[in-house]
Design a protein around this ligand. Structure first.
Ligand SMILES: [Fe+2]
Ligand SMILES: [Fe+2]
Length: 203
């Protein structure tokens, strides 16, 4: 199975598809979406840096995440380019309710390995949802350049998603990871279900 196929299969793990109305309202608020998106990329880079610092002794993790930091920062740069060329302003960061809710679900305590599993799965989930949203944008918005842009980013984030899951399985018993992943997916679906539908944010 090619990675694209296996990613597609794993993507279906998301338990609740995005409300189809989202993309229409997001398109009308594209400045807010791009600003929010820029911060999502910044947070993705920061989160990988934190994992690298916290798990400096795990060679494979450090070597795998280091180039991802550069990629995420490259995404940030590309989002900024899209903002600038449209004469849009890079506004302030908004409160990230989605990530805050996921963060509450992180199991506190346990071993260092358990903590790593939580961190990797949370990152995987954010990648998966971002990927789903990028796909919607790439298929449905009118701006052709942005459609192409979101298509490229969707492929990249899908790769990150697979990487986080693979790393989780490398450092933790697979069955434990699978069981916890299922819980994360169910929780995320609940979060999604209860979040207000807004067109000014990526999640
Ligand atoms: Fe990214
Ligand atoms: Fe990513």
């Amino acid at each position: 199975m090619s990675w694209q196929e296996s990613t597609k299969e794993k993507m279906l793990n998301l338990q609740l598809p995005t409300d189809p109305r989202w993309v229409g309202i997001a398109e009308m608020q594209i400045e807010d979406i791009l600003v929010d998106h820029a911060y999502c990329e910044q947070k993705a880079a920061s989160s990988c840096i934190s994992l690298i610092i916290r798990y400096n002794d795990l060679d494979e993790l450090v070597d795998t995440l280091t180039p991802i930091v550069a990629e995420e920062w490259g995404h940030f740069e590309r989002v900024m380019e899209q903002l600038r060329k449209r004469g849009l302003r890079f506004g302030k960061q908004r409160k990230d309710e989605y990530v805050a809710k996921l963060y509450d679900f992180v199991r506190k305590g346990g071993s260092r390995k358990d903590q790593l599993t939580e961190g990797l799965l949370m990152n995987a989930l954010i990648e998966a949802r971002s990927c789903e949203r990028f796909k919607l944008l790439s298929k449905n918005i009118e701006d052709e350049e942005l459609r192409k842009f979101y298509y490229e980013l969707m492929i990249s984030e899908a790769g990150h998603y697979v990487t986080f899951i693979d790393l989780a399985r490398k450092y933790q018993d697979s069955e434990k990871v699978n069981k916890r992943w299922k819980e994360w997916l169910e929780f995320e679906a609940e979060v999604m279900k209860n979040m207000e539908l807004r067109g000014d944010r990526m999640h």
